[in-house]
Design a protein around this ligand. Structure first.
Ligand SMILES: [Zn+2]
Length: 241
């Protein structure tokens, strides 16, 4: 099992680890700061080095119970000590996008009763799907953009808290989070990672986030399109702080 360092420290950019499994094109490490693709957030990229050569990490995925670092180069042998460095530009953008998406989702829930049914957090442009939403005209778009940016500009602290399962579910429910998906999480999961955006929003989320909303800058909502069954996909970009 790989210890996921980014779960506790979203700002960790480098780390030292040992290779515990090695295959044709990937390695598994005893711990890592690389975010594996999941929860709608794209994988980190970066490099691993053993001191004599630097090998690009082109993607990290959870497969067959392992966190696999896919390499563009010959994998390191089991037991090798490696130094990892994540591509911070791409990751930090994901952090800003992911926290922005939570705020956008909460805004649409509070003001329009919409539920978030999907998301894709990736550098450049991210998106999320909302239901029930058939149309999203320019005046609603501007209103939402302005409302979300006002929240972002409040410089709200963002906190990650680990809570025992029962406590997490009751806390999230009290604060208006949709808990029905959480109850489907296997009972073997005893601890939840709870993301708290001040008094504004809470969520159960394994993704990486900024520590304060001021780091986001703002969002600019782009196009949107229907994706079936009353769902609408909204694209957005980041504005530099
Ligand atoms: Zn999230």
């Amino acid at each position: 099992m790989t210890d996921l360092l980014h779960m506790k420290d979203n700002y960790l950019q480098t780390f030292d680890a040992r290779v515990i499994s090695s295959s044709l094109d990937f390695v598994v490490l005893d711990h890592t700061a690389f975010y594996p693709e999941g929860g709608g957030q794209s994988s980190d990229i970066g490099t691993l080095t053993d001191g004599s050569r630097v090998v690009p990490v082109v993607g990290v995925r959870k497969e067959e119970g392992e966190i696999r670092h896919k390499l563009d180069g010959e994998p390191f042998a089991i037991g090798t000590s490696v130094h990892g460095e994540i591509d911070w530009k791409s990751r930090y953008e994901c952090m800003r996008f992911h926290t922005a998406q939570h705020i956008l989702s909460r805004y649409l829930q509070l003001n329009y009763g919409l539920e978030t049914v999907g998301n894709n957090i990736t550098p450049g442009e991210s998106r999320a799907d909302y239901s029930p939403l058939e149309s999203f005209d320019d005046s609603m778009k501007r209103k939402v953009e302005e409302g979300v940016n006002k929240i972002i500009q409040q410089n709200i602290d963002v906190e990650v808290r680990f809570m025992p399962r029962k406590e997490a579910i009751s806390y999230l429910e009290k604060r208006g989070y949709q808990i029905r998906y959480l109850e489907m999480v296997p009972k073997s999961v005893k601890e939840f990672r709870v993301l708290i955006i001040g008094d504004y929003d809470v969520a159960s989320c394994a993704g990486t986030h900024v520590a304060n909303t001021k780091e986001i800058g703002g969002i600019q909502i782009g196009k949107s399109k229907n994706v079936g069954a009353g769902k609408r996909r909204i694209y957005f970009k980041l504005l530099t702080p």
